[in-house]
Design a binder for this molecule. Sequence first.
Ligand code: EPZ
Length: 428
Amino acid sequence: MENFVINGGHELFGDVNISGAKNAAVAIIPAAILANDVVRIENIPKISDVSLIIKILDCMGATVKMINSDTIEIDSQALRNKSVPYELASHFRASYYLIGTMLGRFKNAEVAMPGGCDFGTRPIDLHIKGFKMLGADVDIVNGMVCAKAEKLVGTSIYMDNVSVGATINVMLAAVLARGLTVIENAAKEPHIVDLANFLNSMGADVRGAGTDVIKIRGAEKLHGCTYSIIPDQIEAGTYMVAAAACGGDVLVKNVIPKHLESISAKLIEAGAEVIEYDDAVRVTRYKALNKCNVKTMPHPGFPTDMQPQMAVLLSVAHGTSLLSESVWDNRFQYVGQLTRMGANIQVDGKLAVIDGVDELSGVKVKATDLRAGAAMIIAGLIAKGETVIEDIQYIDRGYEDVVQKFAALGADIKRIKTTEAESIVNAG
Ligand code: EPZ
């Protein structure tokens, strides 16, 4: 077991380099097998979700070579159409992209139901609706999603909910289908555009990504390519919020500022200064934080994956802030951990009312999911005293070198190994 130990109260100063986007990488890596060729992918983040998707491809017979620390080469010519077992698929959400890719390439897929952070029910009805409308038979048998089709034929698919995963999965199944597929009410996140650009680099014909309507004209076959993944919008936003919460002066490098506009706007509203450069944003904060209201929305709205981090900043801002979560049913589990640190937050359904307090106090807390874990780091950085964060495996799913990156900005943060006995005692 490992924990993070943080001694709070330090302002942050310096530069931080942002890694490749997790939610783009976990879609683009499985998508590479659609080419049945050799594909090189650069700017891969070193995080456990990426290691897991690479392990799954390896188990299915693809050859994955590490070219250097952030570049892999995938040769999927020997890939076999094997089922993806629960032991692998259940550890994260993105395993369900293998349904779209295996259906797209082999017209047959058998993948265990996905796992992922627990925000309440996380249905996949829109994924299944899309596959069925393209002509597949889809059943869930013993926890396995089984999809097969004689052929896939393009059609118009309306997404009842804006869904990143369903939009991506239909794109993956449609690029080799016959004819035109139109996805209406499509998700517009930066990683959707990144996937579309990657698919087009392999010879697909995907237009409109980043808008509500994506049109995909099926190709006969795809070919290998070399592609570099975009910087991670949420990792960048996490360091931006940390800089504003702690105070100081931080240059967040290797970003696409346009992807960060909603985060920058809210930090300025809360009292920070944000300056945009071509591929960096600078966040400074010297005056007191003030309250602001935040509502999470699909892109280009304020990202739901930045909601816990923003709650920490608002928990020590002057005044009462309203934080509403419009994407997930239950994304406030971390509030119990923050309250133990002295935060004053009332949650009623999808709304959190945050009364700013003067300071938080360091205690032992748990990471309840990936972004909640990132929020606990920010809470520890601003709290008085020592904070110990348990269950940090969640954080390692989505943040590369998080201790090194924060320590380089002046944070007093360490990763420590705990003995099994100590963990049991602590578990009480
Ligand atoms: C992706 O999850 C991200 N994960 C999540 O980030 C992110 O919170 C989410 O998109 C929203 O931006 C990955 O990309 C791996 P959705 P996903 O389908 O695709 C409902 C992180 O921290 N819905 O966009 O699972 C659903 O219940 C993770 O990196 C249906 O009703 O999210 C939710 O209310 C956490 N039916 C809404 O749509 C469906 O078939 C948005 O979900 C699918 C979704």
